[in-house]
Write a protein that binds this ligand. Structure first.
Ligand SMILES: NC(=O)c1ccc[n+]([C@@H]2O[C@H](COP(=O)([O-])OP(=O)(O)OC[C@H]3O[C@@H](n4cnc5c(N)ncnc54)[C@H](OP(=O)(O)O)[C@@H]3O)[C@@H](O)[C@H]2O)c1
Length: 200
């Protein structure tokens, strides 16, 4: 049984990941406003306090992060920066600080989105952030010591999220949260590192 910190546990993907991994492991649920452990990934202090409180850990999983969705023609640098700070740097911060709280052989799993290779309208910020997260994991994997691993899960639109985002994904086949959760299981329980698990 692994001790797993799950940030974003109350979200659509987070709930499915908690159900999958929770069947075999101890899950520490974390989120900004609605979880057992409160954390704001945009704050060094908040992430460090959480890790101090819950570590040492066998796995860190993030299904958290906000983005800017909007038309390129109207996008400001400030709007673009919102996604950089929240979803990109937030998850990178969790990985950078979290590596020191992982037991030997532990793992980090971050969340991107498949629109970094299958772009959608209004998705420039999401695509950029996802591609950067993939590159971060690819490069971090060769430097992590002690058998630590890092992977990214990159899902397409979830069936459960069609009501919110379906209009941005015309004709795209959706995937169930349960199927997406199995990619996180693969990352946490498997042996691979530096991989992107695309679920589409
Ligand atoms: N749903 C999809 O179809 C889909 C497809 C591809 C990729 N993704 C990506 O997967 C991730 C999760 O998606 P989702 O649909 O599960 O989102 P969601 O339902 O909105 O859940 C996001 C979770 O992240 C937490 N969170 C957000 N910002 C945070 C911060 N700064 N610090 C700590 N926790 C924070 C939220 O906590 P609170 O609720 O407490 O605020 C919430 O629990 C997102 O990055 C999204 O881009 C989603």
């Amino acid at each position: 049984m692994k001790k797993i910190l799950l940030v974003g546990a109350a979200g659509t993907i987070g709930r499915a990941v908690a159900e999958n991994l929770g069947a075999r492991h101890q899950i520490l649920n974390a989120g900004r406003s609605s979880a057992d452990h409160r954390v704001d990934l945009t704050s060094d202090r908040s992430v460090a306090a959480l890790l101090d409180a819950v570590g040492p850990l066998d796995a860190i999983v993030s299904t958290a992060g906000g983005l800017h969705l909007g038309p390129l023609a109207e996008m400001s640098a400030e709007q673009f920066n919102a996604g950089l700070q929240a979803k990109l740097l937030g998850q990178v911060r969790l990985a950078l600080l979290g590596q020191r709280f992982l037991n030997d052989g532990g793992s980090i799993t971050l969340t991107a989105s498949v629109d970094s290779i299958e772009p959608i309208r209004q998705g420039v910020n999401a695509a950029t952030v996802g591609a950067a997260l993939e590159a971060f994991a690819l490069a971090a994997a060769i430097e992590l010591p002690r058998g630590l691993r890092i992977n990214v899960v990159s899902p397409t639109l979830l069936t459960e999220s069609v009501a919110s985002f379906g209009a941005l994904f015309p004709g795209v086949e959706t995937v169930s949260a349960e199927r997406v959760a199995r990619a996180y299981q693969r990352s946490v329980e498997g042996a691979q590192t530096g991989r992107v698990y695309r679920v589409m």
